[in-house]
Design a protein around this ligand. Structure first.
Ligand code: SAM
Length: 424
């Protein structure tokens, strides 16, 4: 009898091979390159979920596996063992999981001879892994990232952030106009800040209201920068670094006259599709934000960053990155702030935000911008949005959001948001 689920598992192992390679690739790049396109939609979703769950629990899986391995097998076999271990420890039926992983390796051109090893190890894991699993510590971030984050937030907060990463993320939606109606339609709840949260979402495109453009996917934290900016009907607003367009849609839904700029053509195509689906309008310009021109009432600068606030949703990031490009990103953020400031009308406001947990991409960036621009001040009154906790406000008057906030309700992405006001 043919084993079920082998295709999805094989693809999960392939994704892990690429992410954990010496020349790693991000999951988003792999999916964007269509590596799962040949799979049926259910298998595609399963492969992606298995790869992500394996990355989240990899430290625990490796700890369980090391007892049964005298030396490490090749990466592909190791990843197959990791996926199998994760499945077994999360309640997967032993017979089905072990057989599927053995079939998968048996059919491998180079490593087929290691099927016996996979069989023997996974049988042992099936026998004792599920009991050991909950006794192991919450998986930690790799040292290159853990070090600076412990320095920034302390060891207790770090442990809470890692617990949030391990738990993963629910699906958050932003309603075009009526959060309560969207919550009712999708079976979700309205969060204190107005986003809609769905605990057990299926295929997003099949959910009620998707085709009609009643909502779009956007983490609750990512929805806050536009709430802080407070766009008004008819205002000229520049949305810098706009793709894939979650914030562009929020601005347009508020009735602002939006100019959205991003230098990635492919990502801008997604903004266009999103606007079409939601029936919203914006002037889209594919160019470097440092070449943007004009004079605006308000500016949203959602700068490119380390994305270290999004690890709940992107557990590949700590493995596929090593921080080598962070210095260049920090320098780019500085240039973007300075250029954008020149496009803001006197008396206007600019929200600077990053989905980063590193103060160098948030608090420090704003402190330094204040030193460079004598006509800039931080407007912390703008942070008085519904659902924003006063404890999230930082010394310089920005908003620090962390994955461990709202822990009991499913957390939020890490973000930094500051509203900068220009002298009239
Ligand atoms: C954090 S994402 C923006 C998310 C977007 N604001 C949203 O809400 O959907 C950062 C974006 O910056 C863009 N980007 C990076 N460097 C840029 C530059 N020099 N000029 C314009 N866009 C840039 C990337 O293409 C990426 O789409």
């Amino acid at each position: 009898m043919a084993e079920t689920g082998v295709d999805a598992r094989r693809s999960a192992v392939y994704l892990l091979d690429q992410i954990l390679d010496d020349e790693p690739r991000l999951l988003s790049e792999l999916l964007g390159a269509g590596v799962l396109d040949r799979l049926a939609p259910d298998d595609r979703a399963r492969a992606q979920r298995l790869a992500m769950e394996t990355l989240r629990g990899m430290e625990r899986a490796d700890r369980i596996l090391q007892k049964h391995l005298r030396k490490y097998p090749p990466l592909t076999v190791r990843n197959a063992l990791r996926v199998g271990t994760i499945e077994l420890c999360q309640g997967g039926a032993a017979h089905g999981v072990v057989n599927a992983m053995v079939t998968l390796i048996a059919g491998h051109k180079r490593y087929g001879h290691l099927k016996g090893l996979v069989n023997a190890v996974l049988r042992k894991v099936a026998a004792e892994g599920p009991e050991i699993w909950p006794t192991l510590r919450t998986p930690r971030l790799p040292k290159w990232l853990r070090g600076p984050l412990v320095e920034a937030w302390g060891p207790q907060a770090m442990a809470a952030i890692e617990a949030a990463h391990f738990a993963g993320a629910p699906l958050d939606l932003t309603a075009r106009s009526d959060p309560a109606a969207v919550a009712e339609a999708v079976g979700g709840v309205v969060l204190p800040t107005g986003s809609v949260r769905v605990a057990d979402a299926g295929q997003v495109t099949g959910m009620p209201g998707y085709a009609a453009g009643d909502w779009w996917v956007q983490d609750a934290a990512a929805a806050l920068p536009v709430r802080v900016l407070g766009p008004q009907q008819g205002e000229a607003i520049l949305d810098l670094c706009a793709a894939p367009g979650g914030k562009t849609m929020q601005l347009a839904a508020a009735g602002a006259d939006v100019t959205a700029v991003d230098d990635a053509e492919g990502r801008m195509a997604r903004v266009k599709e999103n606007l079409k689906r939601t029936g919203l309008r914006a002037d889209l310009q594919v160019k470097d934000a440092r070449a943007a021109t004009g004079a605006y009432d308000a500016i949203l600068l959602d700068a490119p960053c380390s994305a270290t606030g999004t690890i709940r949703r992107h557990p590949d990031l700590p493995f596929a990155k090593d921080g080598a490009e962070f210095g260049a990103l920090i320098a780019l953020q500085e240039e973007l702030i300075d250029h954008a400031w020149g496009l803001l009308k006197p008396g206007g406001r600019m929200v600077f935000c990053t989905c980063s947990l590193l103060p160098d991409e948030g608090e420090v960036q704003v402190d330094e911008a204040l030193e460079r621009h004598g006509d800039m001040r931080v407007d912390s009154d703008a942070l008085a949005c519904e659902g924003v906790d006063a404890g999230w406000i930082t010394a310089e008057g920005g908003l620090r959001l962390r994955p461990d906030y709202w822990a009991d309700a499913g957390g939020m992405d890490g973000f930094y948001i500051a509203c900068l006001r220009k002298e009239a």
